[in-house]
Ligand binder design. Structure first.
Ligand code: GAR
Length: 196
Protein backbone atom coordinates (compact mmCIF):
# COMPACT_ATOMS: atom_id res chain seq x y z
CA UNK A 1 0.00 0.00 0.00
CA UNK A 2 1.39 3.42 -0.88
CA UNK A 3 1.37 5.90 1.99
CA UNK A 4 1.20 9.68 2.01
CA UNK A 5 4.50 11.25 3.08
CA UNK A 6 3.80 13.46 6.11
CA UNK A 7 5.98 16.02 7.92
CA UNK A 8 5.16 17.07 11.47
CA UNK A 9 6.15 20.58 12.56
CA UNK A 10 6.67 21.21 16.27
CA UNK A 11 8.05 23.91 18.56
CA UNK A 12 8.13 22.21 21.94
CA UNK A 13 6.94 19.22 23.94
CA UNK A 14 5.61 17.31 20.95
CA UNK A 15 2.98 15.16 22.64
CA UNK A 16 0.64 15.45 19.64
CA UNK A 17 3.53 14.52 17.36
CA UNK A 18 4.10 11.44 19.53
CA UNK A 19 0.42 10.46 19.21
CA UNK A 20 0.67 10.78 15.43
CA UNK A 21 3.89 8.75 15.30
CA UNK A 22 2.30 6.03 17.44
CA UNK A 23 -0.80 5.92 15.22
CA UNK A 24 1.31 5.76 12.06
CA UNK A 25 3.04 2.62 13.32
CA UNK A 26 -0.13 0.74 12.42
CA UNK A 27 0.37 -1.00 9.07
CA UNK A 28 -3.09 0.13 8.00
CA UNK A 29 -2.41 3.84 8.69
CA UNK A 30 -2.44 5.65 5.32
CA UNK A 31 0.39 8.05 6.17
CA UNK A 32 4.08 7.72 6.90
CA UNK A 33 5.77 10.25 9.18
CA UNK A 34 8.90 10.97 7.17
CA UNK A 35 10.28 13.86 9.22
CA UNK A 36 9.80 16.05 12.26
CA UNK A 37 10.85 19.67 11.90
CA UNK A 38 11.26 22.11 14.76
CA UNK A 39 11.91 25.84 14.67
CA UNK A 40 13.54 25.52 18.10
CA UNK A 41 16.61 23.46 18.88
CA UNK A 42 15.40 22.88 22.45
CA UNK A 43 12.07 21.30 21.42
CA UNK A 44 11.68 18.29 23.70
CA UNK A 45 9.85 16.27 21.04
CA UNK A 46 12.93 16.03 18.80
CA UNK A 47 14.55 13.35 20.94
CA UNK A 48 11.46 11.13 20.76
CA UNK A 49 11.29 11.43 16.98
CA UNK A 50 14.99 10.65 16.55
CA UNK A 51 14.74 7.69 18.93
CA UNK A 52 11.94 6.38 16.73
CA UNK A 53 14.07 6.48 13.60
CA UNK A 54 12.39 9.55 12.12
CA UNK A 55 14.48 12.19 10.35
CA UNK A 56 14.58 15.35 12.45
CA UNK A 57 15.79 18.80 11.63
CA UNK A 58 15.89 22.20 13.28
CA UNK A 59 15.20 25.23 11.13
CA UNK A 60 15.70 28.09 13.56
CA UNK A 61 13.52 31.04 12.56
CA UNK A 62 15.92 33.39 14.36
CA UNK A 63 18.63 32.52 11.86
CA UNK A 64 16.62 34.11 9.01
CA UNK A 65 16.09 37.80 8.36
CA UNK A 66 12.49 37.43 7.22
CA UNK A 67 9.59 35.03 7.54
CA UNK A 68 9.86 34.40 3.81
CA UNK A 69 13.53 33.36 4.12
CA UNK A 70 12.64 31.01 7.00
CA UNK A 71 9.82 29.48 5.00
CA UNK A 72 12.00 29.11 1.90
CA UNK A 73 14.40 27.02 3.98
CA UNK A 74 11.48 25.03 5.37
CA UNK A 75 10.02 24.43 1.90
CA UNK A 76 13.41 23.39 0.57
CA UNK A 77 13.76 20.79 3.34
CA UNK A 78 10.21 19.53 2.85
CA UNK A 79 10.80 19.13 -0.90
CA UNK A 80 14.07 17.31 -0.25
CA UNK A 81 12.05 14.81 1.82
CA UNK A 82 9.30 14.56 -0.84
CA UNK A 83 6.73 15.62 1.74
CA UNK A 84 3.13 15.56 0.55
CA UNK A 85 1.27 16.70 3.66
CA UNK A 86 1.99 18.64 6.86
CA UNK A 87 0.67 18.28 10.40
CA UNK A 88 1.29 21.29 12.62
CA UNK A 89 1.56 19.99 16.17
CA UNK A 90 2.21 22.76 18.64
CA UNK A 91 4.11 24.70 15.96
CA UNK A 92 4.09 28.21 17.35
CA UNK A 93 5.17 30.28 14.32
CA UNK A 94 2.60 32.10 12.26
CA UNK A 95 3.06 31.09 8.61
CA UNK A 96 2.68 33.52 5.72
CA UNK A 97 -0.25 33.39 3.32
CA UNK A 98 2.17 32.44 0.54
CA UNK A 99 3.43 29.36 2.37
CA UNK A 100 -0.07 28.36 3.45
CA UNK A 101 -1.45 28.76 -0.06
CA UNK A 102 1.27 26.47 -1.41
CA UNK A 103 0.18 23.78 1.08
CA UNK A 104 -3.53 24.55 1.20
CA UNK A 105 -5.65 21.42 1.47
CA UNK A 106 -2.58 19.44 2.55
CA UNK A 107 -1.81 21.03 5.94
CA UNK A 108 -3.59 20.40 9.26
CA UNK A 109 -3.40 22.12 12.62
CA UNK A 110 -4.60 21.13 16.06
CA UNK A 111 -5.94 23.91 18.23
CA UNK A 112 -6.89 23.70 21.91
CA UNK A 113 -10.43 25.11 21.71
CA UNK A 114 -13.76 24.45 20.10
CA UNK A 115 -13.21 26.71 17.09
CA UNK A 116 -14.40 29.26 16.19
CA UNK A 117 -14.27 29.98 19.94
CA UNK A 118 -10.93 31.07 21.39
CA UNK A 119 -8.67 31.47 18.39
CA UNK A 120 -5.08 32.37 19.29
CA UNK A 121 -3.28 31.80 22.58
CA UNK A 122 -4.21 31.10 26.24
CA UNK A 123 -7.39 29.27 25.29
CA UNK A 124 -7.79 27.39 28.59
CA UNK A 125 -7.35 30.52 30.70
CA UNK A 126 -9.91 32.36 28.58
CA UNK A 127 -12.47 29.54 28.73
CA UNK A 128 -12.21 29.42 32.55
CA UNK A 129 -12.37 33.22 32.86
CA UNK A 130 -15.56 33.24 30.77
CA UNK A 131 -17.19 30.59 32.94
CA UNK A 132 -17.48 28.25 29.93
CA UNK A 133 -18.99 24.88 30.82
CA UNK A 134 -17.69 23.10 27.75
CA UNK A 135 -14.28 23.38 26.12
CA UNK A 136 -12.25 21.16 23.80
CA UNK A 137 -10.05 20.94 20.75
CA UNK A 138 -10.30 21.12 16.98
CA UNK A 139 -8.35 19.83 14.02
CA UNK A 140 -8.69 22.07 11.00
CA UNK A 141 -7.28 22.57 7.55
CA UNK A 142 -4.88 25.50 7.59
CA UNK A 143 -5.91 28.56 5.59
CA UNK A 144 -4.46 32.08 5.69
CA UNK A 145 -7.04 33.06 8.35
CA UNK A 146 -5.40 32.31 11.72
CA UNK A 147 -7.16 29.29 13.29
CA UNK A 148 -9.94 29.92 10.77
CA UNK A 149 -9.78 27.03 8.28
CA UNK A 150 -12.46 24.35 7.85
CA UNK A 151 -12.80 22.21 10.97
CA UNK A 152 -12.47 18.46 10.36
CA UNK A 153 -12.92 17.06 13.86
CA UNK A 154 -13.64 18.37 17.34
CA UNK A 155 -13.84 16.84 20.79
CA UNK A 156 -15.57 18.36 23.79
CA UNK A 157 -14.66 18.13 27.44
CA UNK A 158 -16.48 19.56 30.48
CA UNK A 159 -15.01 22.50 32.38
CA UNK A 160 -15.21 21.54 36.06
CA UNK A 161 -15.81 24.06 38.84
CA UNK A 162 -12.33 23.72 40.35
CA UNK A 163 -10.43 23.57 37.05
CA UNK A 164 -7.14 25.40 36.64
CA UNK A 165 -5.67 26.07 33.20
CA UNK A 166 -3.37 23.08 33.80
CA UNK A 167 -6.09 20.61 34.77
CA UNK A 168 -8.30 21.74 31.89
CA UNK A 169 -5.41 21.62 29.46
CA UNK A 170 -4.62 18.02 30.47
CA UNK A 171 -8.25 16.98 29.88
CA UNK A 172 -8.24 18.66 26.46
CA UNK A 173 -4.82 17.24 25.54
CA UNK A 174 -6.02 13.65 26.00
CA UNK A 175 -8.72 14.40 23.41
CA UNK A 176 -6.20 16.05 21.09
CA UNK A 177 -4.20 12.84 21.09
CA UNK A 178 -7.33 10.88 20.19
CA UNK A 179 -8.67 13.02 17.35
CA UNK A 180 -5.49 14.21 15.63
CA UNK A 181 -4.54 10.74 14.33
CA UNK A 182 -8.07 10.31 12.96
CA UNK A 183 -7.88 13.62 11.11
CA UNK A 184 -4.38 12.87 9.77
CA UNK A 185 -5.61 9.50 8.47
CA UNK A 186 -8.33 11.36 6.59
CA UNK A 187 -5.80 13.80 5.05
CA UNK A 188 -3.37 11.02 4.14
CA UNK A 189 -6.12 9.07 2.39
CA UNK A 190 -7.14 12.17 0.49
CA UNK A 191 -3.54 12.80 -0.61
CA UNK A 192 -3.21 9.21 -1.86
CA UNK A 193 -6.51 9.43 -3.74
CA UNK A 194 -5.53 12.76 -5.31
CA UNK A 195 -2.23 11.30 -6.55
CA UNK A 196 -3.93 8.31 -8.23
C1 GAR B 1 -1.32 21.59 22.11
O1 GAR B 1 -2.26 21.76 23.13
C2 GAR B 1 -1.81 22.23 20.84
O2 GAR B 1 -3.20 22.12 20.65
C3 GAR B 1 -1.42 23.66 21.05
O3 GAR B 1 -0.15 23.60 21.67
C4 GAR B 1 -0.05 22.39 22.41
C5 GAR B 1 1.19 21.67 21.96
O4 GAR B 1 1.43 20.55 22.75
N1 GAR B 1 -1.38 24.39 19.82
C6 GAR B 1 -1.64 25.68 19.72
O5 GAR B 1 -1.93 26.38 20.66
C7 GAR B 1 -1.54 26.21 18.31
N2 GAR B 1 -1.96 27.59 18.28
P1 GAR B 1 2.36 19.39 22.24
O6 GAR B 1 3.69 20.04 21.79
O7 GAR B 1 2.55 18.51 23.43
O8 GAR B 1 1.67 18.70 21.10
Amino acid sequence: MSKARIAILISGRGSNMMALVEAARDKAFPGEIVCVVSNRADAKGLAFAAANGIATTVIDHKAYATREDFEAALDQYLSSMNVEGIALAGFMRVLTAQFITRWEGRMLNIHPSLLPAYKGLHTHERAIADGAQVHGCSVHLVTPQLDGGPVLLQAEVPVLPDDTPDSLSARVLAEEHRIYPQALAWLATRIIEDSE
